[in-house]
Design a protein around this ligand. Structure first.
Ligand SMILES: [Zn+2]
Ligand SMILES: [Zn+2]
Length: 251
């Protein structure tokens, strides 16, 4: 992108098969999650990976971290909880930046603030700021969000499952009964996602991007419709290959 041309978000994967998003600005690219093969990142950037200023990883699950070693091996600084590096035996190495919840970090032209969320392993959400983008809330793999973040411009929020779809699937033997308990304590239900939207000031938000939908227990069309009704903003479902303009003033 050219100087001053804003911010572009490209999704390379969203959901349990692998998560990765690229925030591309003129002064650098920020990777969000390392859960797809690094070759996919290279291809998306037409092999100009020198523009990557850093990579944020929310937690140790492989759908968020499977290419961690390749990313570090390419000399890209990764910011993640200690547990993420330890889970792959690469703690305290060059390019590994252990982060702490409720702390802020600078990654190229991006300002990042990490906060704890409620998953079944230690996990963080991120508030990410860039002068071309404004303020982005990035929250995935959590049963809830207890923070209200002021003056947001963009929201990327997990909407993993709907309780009624999950119940139908359990009743019909499509998913095991035990999945209910796991999801309840680790992933965001549609009504909870609506609560997050209602609890936060949407006045300055350009769009809501729903991420990490369950393959079985979600309904993309319904999720998009119900969240856009609550948010009053254009709402998108993240899918591999999609690009969305996240510039502060897109028009
Ligand atoms: Zn996940
Ligand atoms: Zn997870």
């Amino acid at each position: 992108m050219m100087e001053g041309l804003g911010m572009r978000m490209t999704c390379l994967g969203s959901g349990s098969s692998g998560n990765c998003y690229l925030l591309e600005a003129a002064d650098g690219v920020l990777m969000l999650e390392a859960g797809v093969r690094f070759n996919e990142v290279k291809k998306a950037l037409r092999f100009k990976i020198s523009g990557i200023v850093g990579c944020l990883v929310t937690h140790e699950h492989k759908d968020h971290s499977k290419s961690l070693k390749d990313v570090i091996g390419c000399g890209i600084r990764v910011l993640a909880l200690d547990e993420v590096f330890q889970s792959q035996g690469i703690a305290n190495r060059a390019f590994c930046k252990s982060i702490e919840p409720m702390h802020g970090y600078k990654v190229g032209g991006f300002k990042v603030f990490a906060f704890p969320v409620a998953h079944d392993v230690p996990c963080v959400g991120f508030m990410i700021e860039h002068e071309e983008m404004g303020k982005l809330l990035f929250v995935t793999d959590t049963m809830m969000l207890e923070y209200r973040i002021p003056s947001l411009n963009h929201v990327m929020l997990e909407a993993n499952y709907a309780d009624d779809i999950l119940q139908y699937n359990i009743d019909h033997g499509i998913v095991p009964n035990a999945m209910r308990d796991r999801l309840l304590h680790s992933h965001m239900e549609l009504q909870t996602a609506k609560g997050v939207i209602r609890a936060n000031d949407m006045a300055g938000v350009n769009e809501v991007i729903l991420i990490h939908l369950s393959g079985n227990n979600s309904d993309a069309g319904r999720f998009e419709r119900e969240i856009s009704e609550v948010s009053g903003k254009p709402t998108y479902i993240a899918m591999a290959g999609m690009t969305i303009d996240l510039s502060k003033t897109p028009f």
